[in-house]
Design a protein around this ligand. Sequence first.
Ligand code: IPM
Ligand code: MG
Length: 358
Amino acid sequence: MQAKITLLPGDGIGPEVVAEGVKTLQAVGEKFGHIFEFTEALAGGIAIDQIGNPLPDESLAACRQSDAVLLGAVGGPKWSDPKAKVRPEQGLLKLRKELGLFANVRPVKIYPALADASTLKREVVEKVDLVIIRELTGGLYFGQPQGRRDNERGRAALDTMYYTEAEIGRLMRVAFDLARQRRKKVTSVDKANVLASSRLWREVAHEVAAEYPDVEYEDILVDACSMYLIRNPGDFDVVATENMFGDILSDEASMLAGSMGMLPSASLAEGKFGLYEPIHGSAPDIAGQGIANPLATILSVAMMLRTTFELPQEALDVEAAVDAVLAAGHRSPDLAGPGEAAIGTTEMGDLVVNAIAT
Ligand code: IPM
Ligand code: MG
């Protein structure tokens, strides 16, 4: 097959890890006879510096003309002044909205070789294999009105949590469809004891659950969920929730795996289009040193192959290559235990590429 991929390397370690993702795709292309065509575009802080806009029109147009997007990371202390008029994160939010990326898929899986990297006990985390499906284009992030409302009594500001039944329904269907391919359990997370938007969420979630009688369903409150994620993380299969709750819970869940350096993500639109990115940020403290762990990006490429390009064997090959490299004892600095030798970003990428080729 032939496919067009837009690369948005972004800031910090973004360019370093995206380069390894590209190498991986090229290796897959050579092995299986696919042609991947890459277009690089600006997004994030680097786009602010060069053009004054965190998501230039050309970048958005490039994404629209491609089959999938691979993003590194955006943001960094250089652009994080809360008073700044333009912020890298605005580029990311605009990208999600404009491309209709409503379902953010974040799998958290423990690699046996890395189970001791978690701050939780091995016996608690070793059974973890869950996916968070986070709604990505609604809720507090986009609800209007939003903004400052200073008045004579002082400074004030507001955000709006707004959801329609259509937004909730399509997100829940992604969760149930995925659960059918997994352990057949969906947990919907809300705050229905307080929020009107959560009561609608729960109502619609129940209606969708009725369409999937073969899938076990439960709903829990977000505060309780944050507790169960630490107490019994192995109980979860697919967790579906609104934008802000998902933002928080997915960072919490990522720590079950010990390092964020291993966790991929997909942001999906209706149809097959998707944006793929590691869940870690731009890590400005280690940028440019060649020591970032590229595996989260490489595993995001595997998600791209499976979901957008419908190439399950190719995806499995990439995942098996990562497994093999870890099982052989290779570690990036974030994964290395005290006194354990570590390898750099490009060496890790080379090892994965070699494992794919053999
Ligand atoms: C994420 C990030 C973003 C979010 C930020 C960078 C806007 O935290 O992808 O989880 O809050 O969605
Ligand atoms: Mg986040």
